[in-house]
Design a protein around this ligand. Structure first.
Ligand SMILES: C[S@@+](CC[C@H](N)C(=O)[O-])C[C@H]1O[C@@H](n2cnc3c(N)ncnc32)[C@H](O)[C@@H]1O
Length: 415
């Protein structure tokens, strides 16, 4: 390739996926604002990128797999740059809705703290290989030195490879979701061979040999040595296979600290999109909680965890689709006995319908936990228009080196 065929561009900002963006727009992965870069322009994407003038925020990526692996997007940027960029993503989303607020310093999970990951695992000529997909590619890259995953999760790599040898077809890679738990590895395998009698026996033996505490094969339970419990406050909960769990213990603790601070003093709390009780069960140490969640099995896990725990206040549960059927003011203020506070932690789409009802019910304090600054800002606008103040936002980065940002925010009803 001659230099004449190369385009030179100046990166002005990062896009939502963490790619550098130059005029055009021209997307240049793994570049930073202010950098002059050159490469081959293919429609709106720059490839074969050379950094002509590096940013002062460019650093040596800490992971040796970064070049080929698609698991991380921002290892070439300094921690301080990423912290400021993620905070600005939230600030800009709010400002697009005409809102501003106080920002607490971002909480970033440490390296090697991810407790859950989905590994791609395929059979090879020599055996099997587990890793992450490469950047925008189906190729699986090895991750033996991964800087993201907890050591206990790293230990799952050879186990996932053994599972592929036993039960992957030659054509389709397995998707193995691994979660570390108090009891050991909790593994859910998708895309495996059909579970016939001999395979079931082989997998059960393999689970025993590799100390997999629970093995689920395409939604079928294969082995459970002990329930793979997660601690939520003083309760121990056994989530359904593959159920949502905050990505790192540190990120969960930062979000929970915010939720506890916001709801402090409340005697009755409603926890909306409650999952398996990440917030509901710790909150029940000091308040009665009504936990509402769309997945029946998660609700059952939360309820079982509460029943086994000692010393918690009353927790009631409800399975409900909060998009189609949000709690209404009469549900939120039953018999005049209003909830003093609400916790809401919706999926990426946000909680448009439920937030409108919270505003109508005039629930005094709301702890909003979000994994999508754009839907959060939309819902924040609804609350502010209804007379709430957005007191502060704490950004929480538990997807270190990715473009994701999470947050917890406090809304209070103005008198
Ligand atoms: C971001 S997770 C939060 C879960 C929990 N608060 C936690 O921290 O572990 C969002 C939760 O919303 C649930 N969910 C998704 N769509 C829903 C809906 N339409 N109605 C009720 N719950 C829903 C998911 O099952 C998931 O548990």
């Amino acid at each position: 390739m001659t230099d004449a065929a190369r385009t030179t561009a100046t990166i002005s900002r990062l896009g939502h996926q963490g790619d550098g963006v130059a005029d055009g727009p021209l997307f240049a992965p793994r570049t930073l604002p202010g950098e002059i870069v050159s490469g081959i322009a293919e429609v709106s994407r720059l490839t074969s990128i050379r950094i002509e003038t590096p940013s002062e925020h460019r650093v040596q990526p800490p992971c040796r797999h970064y070049k080929s692996c698609g698991g991380c997007q921002l290892q070439h940027a300094s921690d301080s740059f990423v912290a400021d960029w993620k905070t600005d993503v939230v600030r800009n989303a709010l400002s697009a809705q005409g809102l501003e607020t106080e920002f607490r310093p971002i909480h970033t999970s440490p390296a090697r703290s991810r407790r859950r990951a989905t590994l791609a695992v395929r059979r090879t000529k020599k055996g099997a290989m587990a890793g992450f997909h490469g950047q925008a590619s189906d190729v699986i890259t090895e991750i033996s030195d991964c800087q993201l995953l907890e050591p206990a999760l790293m230990a799952a790599i050879p186990v996932a490879e053994a599972l592929a040898l036993a039960g992957a077809s030659r054509k389709t890679p397995l998707a193995v979701t691994v979660t570390t738990s108090e009891a050991g590895l909790d593994m859910l395998v998708k895309n495996g061979k059909p579970l016939d009698g001999p395979l079931r026996i082989e997998l059960a033996q393999l689970a025993d040999r590799h100390r997999i505490t629970r093995l689920t094969w395409d939604d079928e339970p294969v082995a459970m040595e002990q329930p793979p419990v997660q601690p939520f406050g003083t309760a121990l909960v056994c989530p359904p296979p593959g159920a949502f769990l905050q990505a790192t213990r540190e990120g969960e603790a930062a979000l929970l600290d915010g939720v506890l601070e916001i709801t402090k003093g409340a005697k009755r709390i409603v926890d909306l999109f409650a999952g398996c009780g990440t917030f509901a069960l710790p909150l029940a140490q000091a308040a009665e909680v009504h936990a509402v969640e769309g997945e029946r099995e998660m609700v059952a896990a939360l309820d079982a965890g509460w029943r086994k725990a000692k010393g918690l206040k009353k927790v009631t549960t409800e399975t409900r689709d909060l998009f189609r059927n949000p709690l209404l003011p009469e549900d939120l203020n039953p018999f005049g006995a209003a909830f003093d506070a609400a916790v809401i932690d919706p999926p990426r789409a946000g909680a448009e319908a439920q937030v409108a009802q919270l505003a109508k019910a005039r629930t005094r304090v709301i702890a909003y936990v979000s994994c999508n600054p754009v839907s959060f800002a939309r819902d924040a606008k609804t609350l502010v228009a209804a007379g709430y103040s957005l007191d502060w936002v704490q950004a929480v980065d538990q997807f270190r080196w990715s473009a994701h940002t999470e947050l917890v925010a406090r809304f209070t009803l103005k008198d």
